[in-house]
Write a protein that binds this ligand. Structure first.
Ligand code: COA
Length: 198
C-alpha cells in the first residue's frame, strides 16, 4: 500500500469506501502525531474501534463524505478529545432523526427556533454528541446513547455548548457532569469538538 498504513483485519475485508475513509483518517492522524511528537506514528484500532493513541497522547479521528480530520494533544493537557464531522442534515431528514437524537428538552429548544434553523440545530447536537462519545468512551469503557446527554447551555454566536450527562458513566462521571463543546461550519459540514481537560 502506497501510504504505508496497514489495514486491520476488520478493514481489509471491508468495502473500498470503508478502506478509503480508514486510510484518510489514519493519514490525518499520522500528520497530527508528526506535528505533535515528531514521529509519524499511525494509531492501531482497539476492539471497540477506538484508535489506540501512542502513550502520552490523546486524539480523535473523523471522516464523512470527502472530509477526514484528526486531532491529537498531549495527555498532560487533556484526558480525552472527541472530534466529529457531520454533513449538514436536510430538513426532512433532520425532522425524522430529531426524536432519536434530541432529548425532550432539546426538542422543546428546537421548537423555539425559526424553521430555517432547525436542521442546523439537529446537525450540531448530533455532531456534539458523537464528539462527546468519542472523548468519553475511551475513559469509561461504557457505550452510551443520544438520550444519555443533552445540551445544558448553547451559545450559537460563539459556537460553543455545554453538554450534561443524564446518567452516570462510572464513579468519576456522575449524572449531571458537564462537558464543553465547540463547533464550526465547514462548507456543507458541521465540525465539532469536545475536550476533557487533564
Ligand atoms: C463511534 C461513533 C461515535 C463514530 O461516529 P461516526 O459519525 O459514525 O463516524 P466518524 O467518521 O465521525 O468517526 C469514526 C471514527 O471514530 C473513532 N471511533 C470509533 N469508535 C470509537 C470509540 N468507541 N471511541 C472513540 N473513538 C471511536 C474511530 O477513529 C473511527 O474511525 P476509524 O474506524 O476509521 O478509525 C458512532 O459510530 C457511534 O457508535 N455512535 C453511537 C454512540 C453515540 O454517539 N452516542 C451518543 C452519546 S450522547
Amino acid at each position: 500500500m502506497h501510504s504505508g498504513i496497514p489495514l486491520p483485519d476488520k478493514v481489509r475485508h471491508a468495502a473500498p469506501k470503508r478502506q478509503a475513509e480508514y486510510l484518510a483518517g489514519r493519514l490525518c492522524a499520522r500528520e497530527a502525531l508528526q506535528a505533535l511528537i515528531g514521529t509519524p506514528l499511525v494509531p492501531d484500532m482497539a476492539e471497540s474501534r477506538a484508535p489506540l493513541w501512542p502513550s502520552g497522547t490523546v486524539g480523535s479521528i473523523t471522516h464523512s463524505g470527502d472530509l477526514a480530520a484528526a486531532l491529537v494533544a498531549p495527555a498532560t493537557c487533556y484526558q480525552g478529545i472527541g472530534l466529529d464531522a457531520e454533513r449538514q442534515l436536510e430538513p426532512v431528514r433532520a425532522e425524522r432523526l430529531a426524536p432519536q437524537i434530541l432529548t425532550p428538552d432539546e426538542l422543546r429548544r428546537m421548537a423555539t427556533l425559526p424553521a430555517s434553523q432547525q436542521a442546523h440545530f439537529v446537525t450540531v447536537v448530533f455532531s456534539l454528541k458523537e464528539s462527546l462519545f468519542k472523548a468519553l468512551f475511551p475513559l469509561v469503557g461504557v457505550r452510551f446513547y443520544f438520550q444519555d446527554a443533552q445540551l445544558a447551555d448553547w451559545n450559537p454566536d460563539a459556537q460553543r455548548a455545554t453538554l450534561r450527562l443524564n446518567r452516570a458513566l462510572g464513579e468519576r462521571w456522575p449524572a449531571g457532569s458537564l462537558l464543553s463543546g465547540q463547533y464550526a461550519q465547514l462548507g456543507r459540514y458541521v465540525l465539532s469538538l469536545v475536550t476533557i481537560p487533564g
